[in-house]
Design a protein around this ligand. Structure first.
Ligand code: IMP
Length: 197
């Protein structure tokens, strides 16, 4: 199935291409009038609420365009750090752009609790139906930046299910097998009928 992903984050698109591509789906970026949808994010501390708002806005935007009737995917995600009261959570994108990975390491400097969780909430709209899924990945925040793969917080996130490397030190396929996004997208695929070959 051809799936249009409504996001301006190229890294998310690359990851969705891997996760959904291996299951036979074809992912492309939703571009309207030359750009990705510019979502108005609601004041909410819940990625599910934000995701629902993104799908509503996407469907409104494609209404009356050639994309009406296409399968549309949205996702909201973030990093929730126990020792920081689940910060940055829904503010992850802003925090990543401002204080960045070194800023997070500095905030946790004297904190022995380095437990964190990545979460992704995805919604796929297809043919009048909505498919929702949550993916999670538990891990630890490293004491130093390691690796340059992935994006955002990947160079400081060590998944508990791994071998001690950060996501930044892993191949895309290794991250996908463990990540919140990979899990969330695989759950969506389980809901869908088998793709046509
Ligand atoms: P949003 O879902 O577009 O609001 O952005 C989520 C933000 O959370 C990203 O900009 C990153 O800062 C962070 N984030 C979410 N998923 C990941 C990931 O897989 N790797 C690294 N950072 C992530």
């Amino acid at each position: 199935m051809k799936i249009l992903f409504a996001t301006s984050n190229e890294n998310k698109i690359a990851e969705a291409k891997v996760a959904l591509g291996t299951l036979g789906h074809d992912v492309a970026r939703l571009i309207i009038d030359g750009k990705s949808p510019n979502f108005i994010e609601p004041q909410a501390d819940d990625i599910e609420v934000i995701s629902k708002s993104k799908i509503d806005q996407s469907l409104e935007l494609i209404s009356g365009t050639k994309f009406e009737g296409c399968a549309i995917l949205v996702e909201d995600s973030g990093l929730f750090i126990d020792g920081l009261g689940l910060f940055p959570g829904v503010y992850s994108s802003y925090v990543s752009r401002t204080i960045g990975n070194q800023g997070i390491i500095n905030l946790l400097e004297k904190n022995p609790n380095r437990q964190a969780e990545y979460r992704a909430y995805s919604i796929l709209y297809e043919n009048g139906k909505y498919w929702n899924s949550m993916g999670k990945c538990s891990g630890q925040i490293s004491t130093e930046i390691r690796g340059s793969n992935g994006f955002g917080f990947d160079p400081i996130f060590i998944p508990n299910s791994g071998d001690g490397r950060t996501f930044g030190e892993m191949l895309q396929s290794e991250k996908d097998a463990k990540s919140h996004r990979g899990e969330s997208l695989r759950i969506l695929c389980d809901h869908l009928r088998a793709p046509l070959k």
